[in-house]
Design a protein around this ligand. Structure first.
Ligand SMILES: [Zn+2]
Length: 298
């Protein structure tokens, strides 16, 4: 083992010659603590290869995941919030909007777009949690409504990806009106028999759960997503009882009949395309061919 023995003693590398590992190369799973490279994490569509933990991602990533070659036409991209109530908390609402826009490079908490997923036309509205907690204000409600109108006009299926803390406090009553507005638009979409799929991701809560997120022809979710109306602490204090284990997880919600299925992010695009292709197929052919039916009638 002489080759293994350190012959020269006291080797010290000067600080300036030490090689630094570049920051931000690694990703540590918050659930099982597995460390993988950022590139691998991205390749895994931001899910953990060991425990399947789904990291929160935003519209940028979902559009990349869903749309073929990341090609899409964004709708109403420049809608931005005004300040109907002259609301001030720790800072005036318009200042908060401008600061958040600068930080996130987004105009508001939802982006809407039309593109193709595995060749199937699809309109997607995807919420951004990093914009004031994905809160639903007038702009969010209006953009979703306009995207539904677009779906209805062009007869293209609509996918809503929800990720929200609920209504936006700074717009109070105006936020709550968005629940009724979006629900009414979805009713019109349903009348036209255009499919609506609602994907609930971590977390989907408050007024969003209480309106469009639960109104899909299919309500689906990612594994482990938090889905609920009020938070567990509030419910516990109200009913004065301990809550069951796994309460408000996607799996619990599925078991209690509020979801149709849970889909892994890696299978999302294919499952959606399959589902939409199936829904788009012409109405079921009659069990008996018309010619045969005539012969039988004779
Ligand atoms: Zn993990």
């Amino acid at each position: 083992m002489s080759w293994f023995r350190r012959v020269e003693k006291g080797i010290v590398t000067p600080t300036e010659q030490k090689k630094e590992t570049p920051d931000g190369l690694w990703h540590k799973c918050p659930e099982c603590k597995t460390v993988i490279s950022k590139a691998e994490h991205r390749q895994n569509l931001y899910t953990c290869p060991s425990c399947d933990f789904h990291d929160r991602v935003n519209s940028h990533e979902y559009f990349e995941i869903l749309f073929d070659d990341n090609e899409f036409q964004e709708l109403d991209e420049n809608l931005s919030s005004s300040d109907p109530l002259s609301f001030v908390d720790t800072k005036p609402y318009p200042d908060r909007i401008v600061a958040t826009q600068r930080k996130t490079n987004l105009k508001d908490a939802v982006r809407t777009a039309h593109g193709k997923a595995n060749g199937v036309d699809l309109v997607v509205a995807c919420m951004d949690f990093n914009f004031i907690g994905g809160s639903m204000g007038s702009v969010v409600g209006e953009k979703i409504s306009r995207a539904i109108d677009y779906s209805r006009k062009h007869k293209i299926p609509f996918l809503m990806i929800s990720k929200s803390g609920g209504a936006r406090m700074m717009e109070a009553g105006y936020s709550l009106m968005q629940m009724a507005k979006t629900s009414a638009k979805l009713a019109l979409l349903s009348e036209e028999k255009v499919p609506y799929i609602s994907l609930l991701t971590d977390p989907t809560t408050g007024g969003v759960t209480a309106s469009f997120a639960m109104l899909g022809d299919f309500n689906i979710s990612e594994p482990g997503a938090l889905i609920g109306f009020a938070g567990p602490r509030v419910i516990k204090e109200t009913i004065g009882k301990d809550l069951p284990k796994g309460f408000q997880s996607a799996e619990f919600v599925l078991e209690h009949g509020f979801l149709d299925f849970i889909v892994h992010r890696k299978e999302l695009k294919q499952r959606l395309a399959d589902l939409l292709t199936m829904l788009a197929e012409p109405q079921a052919t009659p069990a008996v061919e018309p010619a045969v039916a005539k012969a039988v009638a004779k």
